[in-house]
Ligand binder design. Sequence first.
Ligand code: PLP
Length: 423
Amino acid sequence: MPVTEGTQTARIIAERARFVSPGVATPRLVVAEADGARITDVDGRTFVDFAGGIGCQNTGHRHPAVVDAVKEQADRYLHQCFMVGMYEPYVDVCRRLAELSPCRGDEQRSILVNSGAEAVENAVKIARAATGRQAVVVFEHAFHGRTLLAMTMTSKVKPYKAGFGPFAPEVYRAPAPYPYRGVSTDDALAALDQLFKSDVDPASVACVVLEPVQGEGGFIPMPPDYLARLQELCRVNGILYVDDEVQSGVGRTGRMWAVDHYDGVEPDLLVAGKSIGGGLPLAGVTGRAELMDAVPTGGLGGTFGGNPLACAAGAAVLEIVAADGFLTDARALGETLRARLEALAARHADIGEVRGLGPMLAFEFEERSPDRAQTVVSAAFERGLVLLSCGLYGNVIRLLPPLTIAQDELDEGLAILEDSLAA
Ligand code: PLP
């Protein structure tokens, strides 16, 4: 849809082109307000939001408890730097993360930072300090962020890596299971074994870092047996297992953490981000005391990490998601969504697979090209739905609506999706 001349949208897009780096991709959506699962643009058009600012709104835009907590905090102080003036909201979020942690060990501690990438980098630092080893093993279809080490760990060249080298050393990659494209648990583990023979001594590997449902890579859930077998391989070799739940965590899959779906799997370190801040920049690393204590005092930190406003929001979010009923409702949403997507797939032969975990769902077009998905995303936008694609080939449509979305908004969004597929 062309941007209509003379609108606020046209004015701001023109200013954006003049003043903002084109390196940041932007759509034609210029937001004025957002509430729950609804966005209103600067010209008064409304959209159902199936993107949540890339998975950051599991509790919905401006959840009242989050807004109240932020306002209350804003009346006290905005910034201290935890390394200069300590404050309770930071400690409170870490206490909640300890209570909710899926990680091995009784005593859990956390560090809070600003972004998923920063949290991933800190998890690697902690793993290196705790093991005295340097190598990191990551997987095909992984996305871990855009800073140097996180970008190196990410498994997509364009647009994330092309032209940005040299990359960080000591990062090794193995295939992860991807049953739809023919990679089984056995294949993935055999390839890892091969990696340990051909490229890196397992005795020098500090950690493996894995998303239990690969997010940007295409919403690929790890098969049930894979995580347990990977964990076993890690334990045998003294390698730490880092669970990147930046996108899959905080209720997105209908459990607090996606890894909670996998019996007997207890990561060594958990990386959280995105929705934990309820819309404010917050991320963290959680793990057992023995690992977290391996870093000398002063080795971790940052000016804004665990900012008071973000922590106030984070504590409210964790309270909401852990409260009775939230995750049950999220799982029910997942069942409804899955049934609706399966029905869509039955009507569209070019949809190869519907997949996901709980309400973290997507469908992949058979063709390995972004064209079809992009057409659907654009058609959806014209019709009032914000939708995102993902996947190495950009041929996956992912659904990231607030888990609090009302039935009528869900129906409206899915009707637009159906229309857009037919467009
Ligand atoms: N890890 C995962 C699994 C992600 O999905 C992302 C972002 O999409 C990141 C890390 C990086 O997070 P951020 O964009 O906050 O740096």
